[in-house]
Design a protein around this ligand. Sequence first.
Ligand SMILES: Cc1ncc(COP(=O)(O)O)c(C=O)c1O
Length: 461
Amino acid sequence: MNDSSAPVPHLDRLRSEGDLNLSPYRRAWETENISPATQRLLAEDAGYFLHQSLSTPCLNALRSCQGAWIEDVEGRRYLDFHGNTVHQVGFSHPRVIAAIKDQLDTLSFCTRRYTCEPAIALAKKLTEITPGDLKRVLFAPGGTSAVGMALKLARVATGRFKFISMWDAFHGASLDAISVGGEAIFRRGIGPLLPGCEHVPPPDNRHCPFRCGDFCNLACADYIEYVLEKEGDVAAVIGETVRCTPFIPPPDYWRRIRAACDKHGALLILDEIPTGLGRTGRMFACEHFGIIPDMLVLGKGLGGGVFPLAALIAREGLNVAADTALGHYTHEKNPLACAAGLATLQVIEQEKLVERAHTLGLYALERMRGMAKRHPLIGDVRGLGLLMGIELLPDKNSPTRASADAEPIMYGALRRGLNFKVTMGNILTLTPPLTIARTELDQAFSILEDCIGEVESSRKV
Ligand SMILES: Cc1ncc(COP(=O)(O)O)c(C=O)c1O
């Protein structure tokens, strides 16, 4: 096994969204942990599904999920600090499950051209909790489709077709979404993408091409204004309010971009598919930055961690596409998904999960800062609510990524019952449910610290 900590640029480009599923570390973990019965299941999966990066072949097979935990078919339990960020209210929250069961007994589907109470109630609730004038909703069966609707609406509303988006961003896997997305693993070999999509550097001061380092002067935000002015006819800027990696932009970043969009007649679309609904310690991540986008895109946990459900929420003035089919999705008003969504929002409010994410997030950040003092491999720790990341670097000021260390830590954690994903090759990305108990959070950080220590010791010999 190659365990050199030297970065491999080619692989690093492919590691942006998640850990590689064909690595030698994966094979070693499998040999040690996967029984012949599970191996048969995984082989069967690989025999029927089209293979694709990141998800085939699978890591393991699950049989149940509850709260912060997933359980594999061999009965091993893992605290799920990944959960595809769908589990704000934890897996199988009893009120979400009850709402779905109730709905199943009455209206299980809503045929096109009809509406239904759960869909109206969820749309109304979303317009009540979103900031400002975000008053018009369209549902879609997934985040990517909701991003697609936002791009179409921006074109119709402005009569322009160009978009500005960020390198390294993820907005979904369809052709329109990867056109504004910035990850090689989704784009390479795919051929021509949407015309008019211009990419700019994301607000990531460690790898910033403007080299502002620790003293960010927001050159990256100014550059967006520069492009808006030069192009002169950009329909919209689209970005993840907070990159789920996480990268947390400086406080003024979005204010500058909001102002630049207004000045140059471009719309601002914020993608909060993994980060909205309380994850960051505010109901919506844009509230941290004191701005309101023209369109907000939500998804993932909106379906209660059960149903695929996403929403485009636009400001009232953008209700201008009555003659265009923006989405027209078969499951646009799915009553079961909407009942799950409504129950999810009620749970978030009643269990005060936004406040909980904020408080537990501060506690976790302190804990990670303590770990960073004890472990030289930790180059940076970041957190906003319960969106957290531990960045591994060969040394604190290194511009290179300690990619070869992240995977042994991840598989070491799996051996001890903690599941999370690695992003950009060297960032341990941690997104537990907002319902997580303090003891479970402590348990996860103890596991992480043990695993990081173990890898550090192995590097010394
Ligand atoms: C920021 C962001 N945008 C869009 C998407 C796409 O959502 P979906 O997988 O529901 O299509 C994701 C999914 O991971 C995401 O993280």
